[in-house]
Design a protein around this ligand. Structure first.
Ligand code: ATP
Ligand code: ZN
Length: 392
């Protein structure tokens, strides 16, 4: 299915622009009219991280006239393995500012508009209304459902990508002409079920594979070339080196774009995606200790049994002295409960306290009422107790 171009062509290209974009201009199907459409286009990229890095650089190099960037975070050293829009000297700097500098270095003819804010229900409508198309480079479900619903309500095309370890996915959603993100994924996964890249890791170069597909689709939509990835989900496996396609149908019962939508305005996306499950929140209430408290208990020789519920490769990077590794899933599948000492107080921890709160809920319902977990996890421990150790 082809769609008409999203934007009208700009009046003209300057002599400098003709020189710069000459390799586009000589592609017969692209030509002057395609390049002029890009010049007139306004694209918003949400997030200047893993996917946003290649997406912004290629959108800029291609000559998209106006590039908006929404990003609230600062550059961390652990971002540099994949977020190629930032460099060593940008550590600690605003990601939005750092991305703008790189974009202008790639192409000074781009008008970069920064929105140094977290995208949320209060600002999304006003922001999206200023752009022709939205490219999503974020990493969390709350933002994705927010972006989707705002795009449906404003009738904007939404170019989505997702990465995890060696696997990537991409698709184009546009409720007027096809499915939306909710047609594909009506509900977010239960909290804690799908680990983030910060928890599970990601192969850096995967960002380029998926981010460049997103740019490819953006260019096609803006200029009207080819068949957009609308109604199709692209699934990429970097280890097998395979691209698969799955059809995505518009769901007539979709909560936001279906015949009788139940979502007719923006909702509370944090609550919808339940960043931490209710059970885990409840279990952690009054049963969360600080890393300092744990250190005091250790020093005082308290009768405790410290369990690290992360994965073995995380344990290898850094661990709390004396903590025994039992990955979260062993508890969720019920295997680990039998081996637990009955005469010691169980202290759980993970990387930051999300997974350990989930396991805490399992332990409490199995009768370990005095079990606790460490708020802030091993990262909090390193920051407060052993700052010479690495964090990840
Ligand atoms: N609601 C939002 N508004 C603006 N930016 C967002 C929002 N949600 C996520 N982002 C940004 O999207 C980017 C996603 O990048 P990426 O997936 O590579 O993860 P990261 O947060 O930089 O790294 P890590 O998860 O490994 O610590 C981040 O820079 C993040 O700050
Ligand atoms: Zn839908």
């Amino acid at each position: 299915m082809s769609l008409p171009p999203l934007v009208e062509p700009a009046a003209e290209l300057t002599v400098d622009e003709v020189r710069r974009y000459s390799r586009h201009l000589i592609i017969p199907d692209f030509g002057m009219s395609g390049q002029k459409r890009l010049k007139n286009a306004k694209v918003l990229c949400v997030g200047a991280g893993g996917l946003g890095s290649p997406a912004l650089l290629y959108l800029a190099a291609a000559g998209v006239g106006t590039l908006g960037i929404v990003e609230f975070d600062t550059v961390d050293e652990s971002n540099l393995q994949r977020q190629i829009i930032h460099g060593q000297s940008d550590i600690g700097k605003s990601k939005a500012q750092s991305a703008k500098e790189s974009v202008l270095e790639a192409n000074p003819y781009v008008d970069v508009v920064l929105h140094e804010d977290r995208l949320d229900s209060s600002n999304v409508m006003e922001l999206f209304a200023q752009y022709d198309l939205i490219v999503d480079g974020t990493d969390n479900f709350a933002t994705r459902y927010l972006v989707n619903d705002a795009c449906v309500l404003l009738n904007k095309p939404y170019i989505w990508g997702s990465i995890y370890r060696f696997d990537g996915q991409a698709s184009v959603f546009w409720a007027e002409h096809g499915p939306c993100y909710r047609c594909l994924y009506p509900e977010p996964p239960p909290p804690g079920m799908v680990p983030s890249c910060a928890e599970g890791g990601v192969l850096g170069v995967l960002c380029a594979s998926i981010g460049s597909i997103q740019v490819n689709e953006a260019i096609k939509m803006l200029t009207g070339m080819g068949d957009p990835l609308l109604g199709r989900l692209m699934i990429y496996d970097a280890l097998e080196m395979t691209y698969r396609q799955v059809k995505v149908r518009k769901d007539p019962e979709c909560a936001v774009c279906g015949k009788n939508p139940t979502v007719t305005e923006l909702i509370d996306y944090e609550a919808f995606c339940g960043v931490v499950s209710e059970e885990a929140q409840e279990a952690a209430l009054g049963s969360t200790i600080t890393p300092r408290q744990l250190k005091e208990w250790m020093d005082a020789g308290e009768n405790i049994h410290v369990i690290d519920v992360r994965e073995p490769n995380e344990y290898e990077i850094v661990s709390i002295p004396g903590a025994v590794l039992v990955p979260k899933n062993e508890f969720l599948m019920g295997n680990a409960l039998e081996g637990l000492p009955q005469d010691k107080r169980i202290v759980l921890h993970c990387k930051t306290g999300v997974r350990s709160a989930e396991v805490l809920a399992v332990l409490k319902s199995a009768g370990f009422q005095d079990a606790v977990h460490v708020g802030g996890g091993v990262i909090g421990w390193v920051n407060q107790i052993e700052p010479e150790k690495p964090v990840y």
